[in-house]
Design a protein around this ligand. Structure first.
Ligand code: HEC
Ligand code: HEC
Ligand code: HEC
Ligand code: HEC
Length: 462
């Protein structure tokens, strides 16, 4: 008897999925998102492909080797999958909004637009989306019309027509596939125009409605609280259950027939499973996690849309916090103990170091991007500026000033406190080799590892 307990942590993103079907021969599997190994394609006729939890992260900073995600790269990978198997069923688990700042709304809107371009079949409305406000989702439904799902979300006012559906029936490779969406109970503000019905009741109703009409039932579920995933998977009639969080399974003792799968949080991966009917019975393949390598090729239309948005950000004063949508949870407030100050504040006391640095390539790194017309591409910007993603660090909006280029604090760390009280020890630091390697990766600086001594010598101010 194999029992695996898997915890999911939204930061380290150990994504997982597992499959609990005895009948169908699925097995438990767990994989780190960090290894960007593309799993082999399922051999079954229909592929269910699942994304979710994008939270406005159109792209990421790309400053480290194993950073995953990005909407334009996702689109390209979806395109390739579709090319390989046109019988794709592409769904999203919701959580596309992040917060209600003007720039985040713009990013969420862009995400939905990108979904239209990717031809999503269904998008779950989840409680994150509700927390931001249903109107954002409704706007998307009006402008980009992705088919939204939420079986237990109900409007209290009869005169408003819901723009979402309880379930949708698709047809792929001769199979009728019913997809049901379930939103988990959430705190709703008084006066809210909608309500969330008990998930289990709603689910039972939808299962009963679909049972005789379809060959396969897929449930996209935020959660079925108070049920754990374990009990959830025992509910008869669900063939594939897509969930957010970590689940455990004792395969041999359970007699479930449901295959449970997950997907990469923060839009970093796609979950994928193949299925088909063989000799009258449904055959499910192995669920897989398909990491989205953010450095991979992109769909041009979506890239252009993101770049366009970045330009709007630069010129529109209402766009306050466009941090590019990096995948990392970066602090949004200046840390009084540890903040960036900019090279100019160092000059009076470190004139020699300044003179040396100002002649190095580091002091022109952002200009290099301007030359290449890539100064708005966050994927590039990360390593060519200082403190990207921090309020006191580089902002695209400030058009290069004052934190552009690889400045003193890229190597010595945020040194604002040191500059204010240089007599106190430990407020700045000397770099180590690994400080350089944050940017001098194998891909971006292939000679670095072999010629380390020479690089080091050129960067230090002797
Ligand atoms: C008011 C003067 C002053 C300012 C401004 C200042 N420093 Fe310093 N810095 C010092 C002094 C004094 C030392 C100690 C020198 C020594 O021990 O030889 C020092 C030491 C350092 C060291 C060496 C630390 C070590 O562990 O050996 C670094 C790195 C450094 N400063 C970086 C910076 C940076 C980056 C800035 C700008 C953000 C800055 N300093 C601003 C005065 C200043
Ligand atoms: C924040 C990212 C970042 C960090 C940290 C960083 N570098 Fe760089 N480095 C760059 C970029 C970007 C360039 C290319 C600049 C350009 O030409 O636009 C570069 C260029 C260089 C060059 C010049 C190469 C040439 O073309 O001749 C040397 C040498 C170098 N870095 C050494 C180092 C060393 C040593 C460290 C660590 C002490 C370090 N760098 C830390 C980003 C970084
Ligand atoms: C992971 C960090 C990183 C990212 C991301 C990155 N760069 Fe760089 N870039 C570097 C480093 C480090 C160097 C210096 C390489 C060396 O000389 O060894 C460099 C050098 C360059 C140079 C050569 C500078 C010169 O004139 O010699 C260009 C051009 C450049 N980068 C453009 C880009 C563009 C465009 C992107 C986005 C597609 C990008 N970089 C993304 C780290 C990065
Ligand atoms: C690309 C990385 C990099 C950047 C950018 C950089 N330094 Fe340094 N700095 C170094 C390295 C490497 C050393 C030597 C560390 C050692 O000896 O262990 C050093 C040493 C120092 C020291 C200690 C005394 C000395 O000269 O060795 C000071 C002070 C200093 N830097 C200040 C600055 C200031 C001020 C700036 C910006 C004007 C700056 N550094 C920019 C990498 C950098």
């Amino acid at each position: 008897v194999k029992v695996s307990i898997i915890n999911i942590n939204s930061l380290t993103i150990v994504a997982l999925w597992l499959c609990v079907s005895l009948l169908l021969g699925c097995s438990t599997e767990q994989k780190k998102e960090a290894d960007v190994t593309i799993p082999p394609s399922p051999k079954e006729a229909v592929w269910l492909v699942v994304s979710g939890d994008t939270r406005g992260n159109l792209e990421n900073c790309g400053c480290q080797d194993m950073i995953l995600g990005g909407v334009a790269t996702r689109a390209e990978q979806v395109r390739l999958m579709r090319e390989e198997n046109p019988n794709l069923l592409l769904v999203d688990m919701g959580g596309n909004a992040n917060n209600t700042s003007v720039s985040n709304i713009a990013r969420t809107d862009a995400t939905y637009n990108a979904m239209r371009l990717m031809q999503y079949d269904a998008v779950l409305i989840n409680k994150e989306d509700l927390a931001i406000g249903l109107s954002l989702v409704q706007d998307a439904a009006n402008s980009y019309s992705p088919p939204f799902l939420a079986a237990n979300l109900r409007l209290l006012w009869d005169d408003v027509v819901p723009f979402w559906r309880k379930h949708i029936i698709f047809e792929r490779a001769g199979l009728k596939i019913g997809v049901i969406g379930i939103i988990s109970p959430a705190f709703l503000e008084l006066g809210s125009p909608f309500t969330i019905d008990e998930p289990r009741d709603a689910l039972d109703k939808e299962l009963a409605a679909l049972r005789d009409k379809v060959d396969v039932i897929i449930v996209l579920s935020e959660s079925l609280a108070p049920y754990g995933n374990e009990e959830y998977a025992k509910i008869p009639g669900i063939d594939i259950l897509v969930v957010f969080d970590g689940v455990w399974v004792d395969q041999e003792e359970s007699n479930r027939t449901t295959c449970m799968m997950s997907f990469g949080l923060q839009g970093r991966s796609l979950g994928r499973i193949g299925f088909e009917k063989r000799d009258g019975s449904l055959q499910l393949g192995q669920p897989q996690l398909y990491p989205i390598d953010s450095r991979g090729p992109e769909v041009v239309d979506i890239r252009l849309m993101i770049d366009e948005l970045a330009k709007v950000y630069m010129t529109d004063p209402a766009m306050d916090s466009f941090t590019g949508g990096y995948m990392l949870d970066l602090p949004s407030e200046r840390d009084p103990e540890n903040f960036y100050m900019g090279y100019e504040s160092c000059i009076p006391c470190h004139t020699d170091e300044y003179k040396h640095w100002s002649k190095t390539h580091h002091a022109r790194a952002y200009h290099t991007l301007i030359r290449e017309e890539k100064q708005l591409v966050t994927l590039c910007v990360a390593c060519h500026v200082t403190g990207l993603g921090r309020v006191d660090g580089f902002h695209v909006k400030l058009d290069g000033k004052p934190m552009a280029d690889v400045q003193c604090e890229s190597c010595h760390g945020p040194s604002g406190r040191h500059a204010q009280s240089p007599e106190e020890k430990g407020l700045t630091r000397l770099p180590e080799r690994k400080t350089c390697e944050i940017c001098h990766t194998q891909k971006r600086s292939p000679k670095f590892s072999k010629k380390f001594e020479s690089y080091w010598k050129r960067a230090s101010h002797k």
